[in-house]
Design a protein around this ligand. Structure first.
Ligand code: SF4
Length: 62
C-alpha cells in the first residue's frame, strides 16, 4: 500500500504525524510520506491518519 499527501491540499496541521509518525512527517509547512510502500503492520495506522486528515489530503493505492 502506497500513500500520498497532496501538497496543494495539506494545511500542515500535523494530525497525520501525531497519529502515525513512522509514515508521515511534517518537516516544513506540509506533510510528507517518509516510508513508501507502507509495511503491512503499519497500514491500519496510516489509514487512520488518512481518515483523520481534515482536508482529505492523504490518499493511498493498494
Ligand atoms: S493531517 Fe492532512 S492537512 Fe494535516 S498535516 Fe497531515 S496531510 Fe496535512
Amino acid at each position: 500500500m502506497k500513500f500520498t499527501v497532496d501538497q496543494e491540499l495539506c494545511i500542515g496541521c500535523a494530525a497525520c504525524e501525531d497519529i502515525c509518525p513512522t509514515v508521515f512527517e511534517r518537516p516544513e509547512s506540509t506533510s510528507k510520506v517518509k516510508l513508501n510502500p507502507v509495511p503491512k503492520k503499519l497500514q491500519e495506522n496510516a489509514l487512520e491518519a488518512e481518515e483523520s486528515c481534515p482536508v482529505a489530503a492523504i490518499s493511498h493505492k493498494t
